[in-house]
Design a protein around this ligand. Structure first.
Ligand SMILES: [Zn+2]
Length: 295
């Protein structure tokens, strides 16, 4: 099996067989940015977003290496049953030439679903947590979030749902989002916003007290709305921005914004910026889907 985690700029390709990684390196050696033989993965630029020809050529090559391909995609993936078979229709701004088209892979989901499944699997392994719920938030170039209870996790209910939590209106009429709407949360808390705030360097925001305060105020206001709505027991941050986040500060700011009383919310916080979490979640989600969703 070959598992891909496709991002807007970088794609991680994980192989179940080391020889296939070596074959892949023979063809794409020049563009490989990072390779890990022990964990059997490599990282390439998402060059195949440039045209339909490049996209088709890349996937045909993967299929020549292995007949089982699974992938995350940025954007919306709709699962549809066509003549008794599940198919995956893609709606992504990153792949404009594929909008509304089926992707020819064995399984596909948006990356935040894979990330959420990875953390839900760990969380719900503990039977005590099965009365609780988990909220995962990915903050990278964009923003998205998924909230899950044990039943959602066990029955794969997330696969029937579309999550677009980055596009909740945060400030009416303030700023135009790429999605075509105005004032989306993503405009005020994403990596793209940090880059703008830091004058081209997102990390600069976390070194400057005034900029940092501005960002955390936006983030806390967004998070407290999600917390009021979903009442999670655990929050996991992922995406490239996660590594810079101060979860102790976030916890305090969210509690300060809770309506009526500054009560202790008993929310556990975690950050995860491992490159392989999306892929681990994708593989687990695919195995679970094969077991119980195909029938
Ligand atoms: Zn938007």
């Amino acid at each position: 099996m070959i598992a891909l985690d496709i991002g807007g700029t970088k794609t991680t390709v994980l192989f179940s067989d080391k020889d296939k990684l070596l074959e892949f390196e023979k063809k794409y050696g020049e563009i490989i940015k990072e390779s890990n033989k022990k964990q059997k993965y490599c990282v390439i630029p998402t060059f195949f977003k440039e045209s339909r020809e490049k996209f088709d050529e890349f996937f045909s090559f993967l299929k020549s290496l292995d007949n089982e391909i699974i992938s995350t995609f940025p954007g919306i993936i709709r699962m549809e049953k066509v003549e008794g078979e599940w198919k995956f229709r893609l709606y992504s701004k990153r792949f404009p030439f594929m909008i509304g088209e089926y992707v020819d892979v064995n399984f596909a989901v948006n990356d935040v679903y894979a990330f959420a499944y990875h953390h839900a699997k760990k969380f719900f392994k503990d039977a005590y947590n099965r009365r609780k719920s988990i909220l995962v938030i990915q903050i990278g170039t964009g923003v998205n979030a998924i909230h899950m209870n044990y039943y959602d996790y066990k029955e794969l209910l997330i696969l029937d749902k579309i999550f677009e939590a980055g596009h909740i209106t945060m400030r009416q009429n303030d700023g135009k989002c790429f999605c075509g709407r105005k004032g989306c949360a993503e405009l005020f808390i994403s990596g793209r916003y940090l880059e703008k705030l830091g004058g081209g360097d997102p990390a600069a925001v976390f070194r400057d007290e005034a900029l940092k305060k501005k960002f955390y105020e936006n983030l806390a206001s967004y998070l407290s709305s999600l917390v009021i709505l979903t009442a999670p027991n655990k929050i996991v941050f992922g995406g490239s921005v996660a590594k810079s986040l101060d979860t102790v500060l976030i916890h305090k700011l969210v509690e300060d914004r809770f309506p009526h009383f500054k009560i202790h919310l008993n929310i556990e916080y975690e950050k995860d910026h491992s490159r392989l979490s999306n892929l681990r979640g994708l593989c687990d989600l695919y195995h679970r889907y094969k077991k119980g969703f195909l029938s």
